[in-house]
Design a protein around this ligand. Structure first.
Ligand code: NAD
Length: 292
């Protein structure tokens, strides 16, 4: 199967590499030269533009930062929906607004394309290991058709519902993750202020009712765990600005529906102030060092 891959960043690059390892012909594009070079080194074919990745492709996958990038890629006179062959299956794995995902998929359908939203969870480690969780929104027949491709990049492939449902699940999940990371950081800092060893504290809480993903697998306190961003000066991983974007998606979604998310809103404000203090590019677990 020939696959076009657009957006070879922290997540897209290892995902595309897993497709190459599975024997697919993958043609990729990114705006950053270093990412293109890393992709080419891994055996990928480099396209001259985003639209060119779709030439002769059975499937095009996009993994871009935010809603506006996805709208820019697919819509408009220069967009993929105008330039690609409608037989190409379209999979957007970016985390974006459910509303935008539905609008882009509706435009795709109107132009004869099948498109799904398929955001992921599992971080850069999951992307590298091919163990991501995919949350897919779209028609059942399309989801079943692309399942073998997603299985090359992930372990759990969930069909969440119709168009936009994958993004809805992702928005809920990431709001909870953002809140959990702040809560975990607060608890660790309180223990440390009491003179506790953060590793001992983490080990005990991980076997107690405060256990959660941030504490057990992505501990925000430097030195507690190897191979997580907190032990690498918060480099790589999932950026503060991306988490801030996802918290914003949750708040926007809640406002649209009149749903109440007070903890989500407070957490969004805390990520915003951490970003404004110059930490936007660090991993989101750096909120451990959030200044009051
Ligand atoms: P990233 O910023 O590392 O990568 C995005 C890439 O898209 C960049 O390399 C950028 O140059 C490229 N890009 C932007 N516009 C483009 C265009 N028009 N054409 C081609 N390339 C373009 O971000 P990431 O960490 O890979 O995240 C990608 C998406 O996945 C985001 O929506 C994020 O919220 C989501 N996500 C990230 C993680 C994580 O742990 N990093 C986990 C789950 C989901």
């Amino acid at each position: 199967m020939k696959i076009g891959f657009i957006g070879l960043g922290n997540m897209g690059l290892p995902m595309a590499i897993n497709l190459l390892k599975a024997g697919h012909e993958v043609t990729g594009f990114d705006l950053v030269q270093g990412q293109i070079e890393a992709f080419a080194k891994a055996g990928g074919k480099v396209a001259k533009s985003a639209n060119a990745t779709a030439d002769g492709a059975d499937v095009v996958i996009s993994m871009l930062p935010a809603s506006r990038h996805v709208e820019g890629l697919y819509l408009g006179a220069n967009g993929l929906l105008t330039n690609a062959n409608p037989k190409t299956l379209l999979i957007d794995c970016s985390t974006i607004s459910p509303k935008v995902a539905q609008a882009v998929a509706a435009e795709a359908k109107a132009k004869g394309f099948a498109m799904v939203d398929a955001p992921v969870s599992g971080g850069t480690a999951g992307a590298q290991a091919g163990t991501l969780t995919f949350m897919v929104g779209g028609e059942n027949s399309v989801v079943e058709c692309i399942r073998p491709i997603l299985e090359k990049m992930g372990k759990n492939i969930f069909h969440a519902g119709g168009s936009g449902a994958g993004q809805t699940v992702k928005v809920c999940n990431n709001m909870l993750l953002g809140i959990q990371m702040l809560g975990t950081s607060e608890a660790l800092r309180l223990g440390i202020a009491n003179g506790m060893d953060p590793k001992v504290l983490s080990d005990i809480m991980s076997k107690s009712s405060g256990r959660n993903w941030a504490l057990e697998l992505y501990n925000p306190c430097p030195g507690v765990m190897e191979n997580v961003p907190s032990s690498k000066d918060y480099a790589g991983g999932f950026g503060v600005d991306l988490m801030l974007k996802d918290m914003g998606l949750a708040i926007e979604n809640a406002q649209d529906l009149g749903a109440s998310v007070p903890l989500g809103e407070l957490s969004r404000q805390l990520y915003e102030s951490h970003s404004k203090a110059g930490n936007g590019q660090l991993d989101f677990s750096s909120v451990f060092n959030l200044k009051d």
